[in-house]
Design a binder for this molecule. Structure first.
Ligand code: PLP
Ligand code: COI
Length: 356
């Protein structure tokens, strides 16, 4: 029999923790729902996924995750509409991408039916954890990591795949200012920048910490070779509006192929916005800022949704973005969130309703 939401084994919590959570004051990724999905890879195959109470896991100090960082993750969200239907946004894209990331780190692919059936069963069980306050959602974190033991620097023979969920509010608490980075690099040609590998984020923490000390929330990475071209931010793809043209860089093996990014490109074109997908030089951004044609800069990602950037720093100088009343960012955010929360028709077929 194939896997269905009916035959995934479920061990429920004896007492829910939900009453301990203040759903009207949620931050990002700090509260965890009652249950999680766990699936082990042993003897060359994935075992059946199980749903268990959210809990600690016990690993040997020799587990390869600790030594060689074989770990990738995804970021998704579940929404609830006014009729209490559970909704996802393009979930198969996340499944595809976790396997693209896994392949690059020599982690075995995770089956699509385990991912989708397991996720749907988990969401149905923890449905009450999906927040409904404006701007909040249930953040979903699928991840997979090496659990096999040994100090030999080679791929693990055992892995654990987990989906944990977190009722969350906005990713950024206040305004977002970014620093254009020229010394450190996030990724390089032939590297792992296109993968959602845990180590990609670890490598960003130190430069981002330095940027934070100077008053910026995120770093905008430039290409590792010349540092002349804008690539992406720590957790978001970048969009730039010059005049009435919206520009975003092409994806490459240094840049994450963001699901929000590709959705916004389609929505913007359909709204009649002139969209250019092309490389953009830092010099062009500075020039546009100086001559007044730079109208908007914003980041796009699952966690961050669309986050307008209020200013950026470059070579010790600060540049401010104008404050617009009718911005592309606001128009695009309205349309993508209206699709996600089932407030408008979804002509793209991106919204996925979890079957009851
Ligand atoms: N770029 C990076 C480095 C990210 O971590 C993310 C977040 O997932 C994104 C871009 C945006 O991707 P998506 O829209 O698929 O969430
Ligand atoms: C997401 O947007 O879902 C991400 O995975 C970014 C993460 C670093 C919070």
């Amino acid at each position: 029999m194939g896997l269905t939401t009916q035959n995934i084994s479920v061990q429920k919590v004896s007492k829910s923790r939900i009453s301990e959570v203040d759903f009207n004051n949620l931050t990002f990724g700090q509260e965890f729902s009652d249950h999680m999905l766990v699936c082990d890879y042993k003897n060359g195959k994935w075992e059946l996924p199980k749903i268990v109470p959210f809990q600690n896991i016990s690993l040997s100090p020799a587990s390869k995750i600790f030594h060689y960082g074989q770990s990738v993750f995804e970021g998704m969200k579940a929404y609830k509409d006014k009729n209490d239907k559970i909704l996802l946004f393009r979930p198969l894209e996340n499944h595809k991408r976790i396997n693209i990331s896994s392949e690059r780190l020599a982690i075995p692919a995770f089956p699509e039916n385990y991912f989708m059936e397991g996720l749907e069963a988990l969401l149905k069980l923890d449905k009450d954890w999906i927040p409904t306050a404006d701007g909040s959602s249930l953040y979903i974190r699928p991840f997979v990591f090496a659990t096999g033991n040994g100090f030999h620097a080679s791929p693990s023979d055992e892995y654990k795949f987990i989906i944990a969920t977190s009722p969350s509010g906005a990713y950024f608490a206040g305004e977002v200012r970014v620093l254009i980075e020229e010394k450190y690099s996030r990724s390089a040609n032939g590297g792992v920048g296109f993968a959602k590998a845990g180590g990609n984020y670890a490598g960003q923490f130190y430069p981002t910490q330095l940027a934070k000390e100077k008053g910026y929330q995120q770093v905008i990475w430039t290409d590792d070779n010349t540092h002349e071209y804008i690539e992406e931010a720590g957790a978001m793809n970048i969009f730039i509006r010059i005049g009435d043209t919206l520009i975003t860089g092409p994806t490459s093996d240094r840049i994450l192929d963001g699901i929000t990014r590709k959705s916004l490109i389609e929505i913007a074109k359909d709204q009649g916005i002139n969209v250019e997908v092309r490389k953009i030089k830092v010099g062009e951004l500075i020039e546009a800022s100086k001559n007044g044609s730079l109208k908007e800069l914003f980041g796009a990602g699952t966690a961050a949704v669309i986050s307008p950037i209020s200013g950026f720093g470059y070579r010790g100088q600060d540049f401010d973005l104008p404050k617009l009343t009718d911005s592309f960012a606001a128009r695009l955010k309205k349309q993508i969130t209206d699709i996600q929360y089932n407030r408008i028709e979804d002509k793209y077929g991106w919204r996925h309703t979890v079957k009851e």
